[in-house]
Design a protein around this ligand. Sequence first.
Ligand code: TPP
Length: 649
Amino acid sequence: MILDRINYPEDLRKLNLIEKKELAQEIREVLIDTVSRTGGHLASNLGVVELTMAIHSVFNTPIDKVIWDVGHQTYVHKLLTGRKKKMDTLRKMDGIAGFPKTKESIYDNFNTGHSSTSISIALGMARARDIKGENNKILAVIGDGALTGGMALEALNDVGSSNVNMVVILNDNEMSISKNVGGISMMLSKLRTKSFYVQTNLKGKKAISKIPFVGKKVVKLVQRGKRGIKQLVIPKMYFEDIGFRYLGPVDGHNIEKLEDILTVCKEQEGPILVHVITKKGKGYKPAEQNPDTFHSTSKFNKDSGKKLGKTINDYSKIFGNTIVRLAKNNEKIVAITAAMKDGTGLTEFAKKYPNRFFDVGIAEQHAVGLAAGLAKAGMVPIVPIYSSFIQRAYDQLVHDIAIQNLPVIVCADRAGIVGNDGETHQGLLDMAFTNTIPNFVIMAPKDFQELDQMLSFAVTLNKPVLIRYPRGGEEIAFSNHEDIFLGEVEILNLEKNVEQRVNISNKKFPEKSIEIIAIGKMVSKAVHVSEILMQEGIQVTVINSRFLKPLDETKIIQTMKDKLLVVTMEDGTIIGGLGSKIEEMIVRNAIPIKLKKIAYPDQFIQHGTVGEIEEKFGLSVEGIVNTIQEILESDDIKPMRLEMMKRQG
Ligand SMILES: Cc1ncc(C[n+]2csc(CCOP(=O)(O)OP(=O)(O)O)c2C)c(N)n1
């Protein structure tokens, strides 16, 4: 295999064209084989094999710096930059990440994971380079999907007028996760349909013709292009108009042409945009045919392309089914997605109510702003966004929704730990950053049915609402569901729930009585924890908080009476969430009770499975049980126990 000889880009640069074509084939086989076993972003990587090779062949990486937008398409880059032997550990705990990580390699120049940031980052680096008097090349590689994001457009606006030397490579495969949408996408398709040519206004044609091997070829190509173009109406060149020199479109699977055009752009000054046309999923039929389902895939059988593992119901599906049902009787309900129709469960809604469904592209800020406008004009907008991507729209939550108290329902899908996508995608901050926004009602369901209840409740509430729920399925399908009232917690009838599963010992030690207040998916964990503790004779009350905001303090304070310990459980950061609220409440009301907050620490959490991460941070059932037992056996709780026993006689 040629790949055996390739460890770093300098090995790649030694290959001839025929060898490079063979290498591209080998890389595709490794990608398909690896991702079939690890899961991950397959289709996008298959689409950039030649582009990645050409970039590393032509540019002097790592001196020249490449910023990959989103970073989900960097598996090829990782293979070619010293991480070939670690591919089997891709996205696994302590293995290599599915996104660029500066800690992993000097070839990774910036940690990414969220879309549309690359041009800003590259411009920042280019400006710093100029201030420092250095002269390396800086490139941003951005997809047509990511180009729909506001941050990318803001950056283009800045770069275009800046005259800074940098290259934006636009990887245009006509796809975001689903088919790309919007006016920019329409503009790109106009450019795409013109025959392949190189824009004619290259600076210093003479100098280019002197570039060994490629120079003359390119100038000829330009001249041929010029003649050809005369017969066409030249499309209005958006990129030229905003200050870029536009090169392309070029076939992104033709290494020779790619290398030629990149060599040319190396010699150009000012901002350059190279328009590269690729096919998402290239070289693997199942991914070419279904680039959306192979955008981010679970493990699959590489011969058949069939996904492994059983398909279970998940919160996104329940969300989708519920709003389809609610929309039937309520014509005001509209749904908005920021390029995540399938992932957030909106496929059916989009089919059933096409005129009430809006895919706005990767544009979370706009999605929330649009919702605010719709709400102001009398609609009831529902906007499901993955928790970590809502971070993008913080000011829209505050300024466009909360200040005017508009009835927008924002759903934080993938809240909590998401697992293998790692730190950029963990949804750990949403409770903390929405908790402080006045007017917002914040809820999290304990199971599927409660999500249905919460959505039904939210559409009648006429207030800003955030409902958060995790990736995947419910742990326990509870048998009992009380009606929802604003701010009211639900005290679980645990003995009834638990009795169905375990044989609770009759011995009870009321003096050891504790209370768990949990929210969202942690309610199931609280029940499992209480099952174990109750078998050891510890009395446990489990409270399903339901709300983070508002919270019915009076009822909670009542439940704390005669308890030794209150444990809060949430799948979010330890700062600013449920635990913090309860702590503040205990202090403010001088309640004599010990508090333990179970949550994730104040740090970014790397990739691994959800189970592994829960275990590592003490949020598995066993971990929580151990923590509680340690507290109950610790010396500092003894005086409280004695005091309580005295009171109870
Ligand atoms: C802010 C943000 N929103 C949504 C996503 C989810 N996401 C990851 S890749 C992607 C599509 C990217 O499309 P494109 O840039 O064209 O790259 P391609 O995968 O087609 O190569 C989306 C929506 C994200 N990473 N960041």
